[in-house]
Design a binder for this molecule. Structure first.
Ligand code: ADP
Ligand code: MG
Length: 569
């Protein structure tokens, strides 16, 4: 401990580069600090440190790490407590640039596997970014001393050392409950569960917190199920189950259809903290939102099941474009989701291309199917279910044509769901539609694309570059990968991980093995399960790599699929 203080006093007032001499580790009473990376100047990306707390100083019980989920939930809670303690420490940064900044990769409403706090066999590792204090470009050793010897200890005292075992146990129970709900869903072939009392709408378009005056969710009678959750003194949950198959969500505008679907695509696919309102909303983890995404890159995707005979004989078995249209992008998104092994598709009319979704009888009478390149989704949805076991949950308030293909119809009315399946059957009898279905089979030869090694063009001049710029942008070499249309990518730390995966794949020449995309995704998932997210970091045991969160295979695939440099065998 003396050592760090001594060093700081020695370099006080010197040029900022002098901080580089701090690299190394230092022991404190209850923990060790490892300074892994020191920023080059006060304005550069902050320095990276790890705080290593042995189990005897903050016990993390074996039972809290008993399952992967429990361990992830415990680490998540600890990371949140650190983020809160940092916020309370009003260390208004003194000095130039990032002086005095302290940052932990703070979780949002979701509980994701992350590297910010890592629970090892006999120690806990906390990854922090800090701005080493400066006056202008000179070292401010006094402030640095305060940071290491007053502020950091206080943050730890108020977070990991203050948090009670009961609080951790509650979080561990939530993990068990989520597992129990998922198991029950699997056993019963349910692809979604929305608990009674859930709060689905969000505070605003830019806040993921719950809306305060929301109408709590209340299942329709027909769909209500009960799920027993641990620990056993807790009442069973009740709520709405949606079965595998084709489910239609209908209802008037502004009655909460899209809100329900969004809760399923975000809330349900990822797990949420207590108090979020969506903590008991769960969806098939392999559910993928499908939307139109015009302008996206498409490389050699077989969309011929949906689109044929494009003008100028464009090949739709290996459809490639730098600028897809609404319908071709949506068809591509379906085929790619299935390629990455999606088992449920989530579709909202609001973000769909109309000509991809429907073609009614009158339009069919005017434009002969021979003249129409698009086979609309309505003619494919049953094949998806029957041939590929892919379910669909579809929001469609504007066309009753889908009545004919739906297994179940839910109507939203004043934010409440009603099961109107029987009513819909009556309407089908009374008002049959004369539109013609098409029965050309689904993609006989499903996509199993192999990306060529030169797809990962990371070179920028003499340097290599792969960097996540924001939630939805990755810079790779001289190109930008745009992920704005990938709605289930929800945390910038997931994007960072995807960038690290790209970097890793290039560095290890992973594409030279010539594996199809599905196998690549399996390998990545396996590596994360076995070695953790840090496996992809260039410094796997240090902090650069302390702000990663786990993306799903679908979002990793989405990124590879949007590379403008992709080349397919
Ligand atoms: P739709 O897709 O049916 O047109 P939306 O889902 O977009 O409707 O919802 C319309 C508005 O109602 C949104 O502003 C949404 O935040 C709000 N809303 C949705 N569900 C609820 C609810 N349960 N309680 C209160 N407001 C809600
Ligand atoms: Mg809507």
């Amino acid at each position: 401990m003396k050592h760090l203080q001594h060093l700081l006093r020695n370099i006080d007032g010197k040029g900022y580069k002098g901080y580089k001499s701090l690299q190394g580790s230092y022991s404190f009473d209850q923990y060790e600090i490892a300074i892994d990376y020191v920023q080059g100047d006060p304005f550069a990306a902050p320095s990276k440190i790890r705080i290593i707390i042995p189990n005897e100083n903050r016990e993390i019980k074996e039972e809290w790490k008993q399952s992967k989920e429990r361990s992830v939930y415990t680490a998540d809670l600890l990371a949140r407590s650190i983020a809160e303690a940092i916020q309370k420490e009003s260390n208004a940064s003194k000095g130039s640039g990032k002086s005095g900044l302290i940052y932990v990769d703070k979780p949002g409403q979701e509980i994701l596997e992350r590297t910010a706090v890592q629970l090892k066999q006999d120690q806990m590792i906390i990854c922090l970014s800090i701005g080493l204090p400066a006056n202008g470009r000179k070292i401010n050793g006094k402030e640095a001393e305060k940071l290491f010897f007053t502020i950091l200890p206080s943050i730890l005292k108020n977070s990991v050392f203050a948090i009670s075992d009961e609080d951790i146990e509650k979080r561990v129970h939530l993990a068990d409950q989520h597992l129990a709900i998922r198991q029950k869903m699997k056993d019963n072939n349910w692809i979604a569960f929305i608990a009674d009392g859930a709060i689905l709408p969000r505070a605003s378009g830019i806040s993921d917190k719950p809306l305060t005056k929301a109408v709590p969710f209340e299942s329709s009678e027909e769909n209500r199920v009960e799920i027993a959750v641990p620990p056993h003194q807790v009442q069973p949950l009740t709520g709405m189950a949606i079965k595998k198959g084709i489910s239609l969500i209908v209802g008037g505008g502004y009655h909460g259809k899209s809100t329900l679907l969004q809760a399923l695509e975000r809330g349900g696919v990822y797990h949420h903290i207590t108090g979020d309102g969506r903590e008991y909303v769960l969806t098939d983890p392999n559910a993928v939102k499908i939307r139109a995404e015009d302008g996206r890159q498409v490389t050699a995707v077989n969309i011929s099941a949906f689109i044929n005979d494009l003008p100028q004989q464009q090949d739709t078995q290996r459809f490639t474009t730098e600028n897809a249209s609404g319908s071709t992008s949506q068809a591509t998104n379906v085929v790619e989701a299935i390629e990455a092994s999606a088992s449920t598709l989530l579709i909202d009319e609001d973000t769909s291309a109309t000509n991809f979704m429907i073609r009614d009888a009158r339009m069919q009478a005017l434009v002969h199917p021979d003249k129409e390149p698009i086979t609309p989704f309505i003619d494919k949805i049953k094949q998806l279910r029957d041939q590929l076991a892919v379910s669909t949950i579809l929001v469609m308030g504007g066309s009753g044509d889908y009545f004919d293909v739906a297994d179940e119809v839910i109507m939203m009315d004043q934010y409440k769901p009603y099961n109107v399946t029987e009513k819909v059957q009556e309407i089908i009898q009374q008002q049959p539609v004369s539109r013609q279905g098409t029965d050309n089979p689904f993609v006989e030869d499903m996509n199993q694309r192999i990306f060529l090694p030169n797809s990962l063009n990371v070179h920028k001049g003499k340097k290599k570059k792969v960097q996540a710029k924001s939630l939805d942008t990755i810079f790779m070499g001289r190109t930008t990968i745009q992920l704005q249309g990938v709605e289930q990518l929800i945390d910038p730390s997931q994007t960072r991980t995807i960038a690290e995966i790209l970097r890793y794949m290039e560095a290890k020449s992973v594409l030279k093995e010539g594996k199809p995309l599905t196998e690549l995704l399996n390998d990545i998932d396996k590596l994360i399960d076995q070695a953790g997210l840090q496996a992809f970091s260039p410094f796997p045991n240090q902090h650069p790599g302390g702000d990663l969160a786990r993306p799903r295979r679908f979002e990793i695939a989405a990124c590879l699929n949007r590379m403008r440099t992709a080349k397919i065998k």
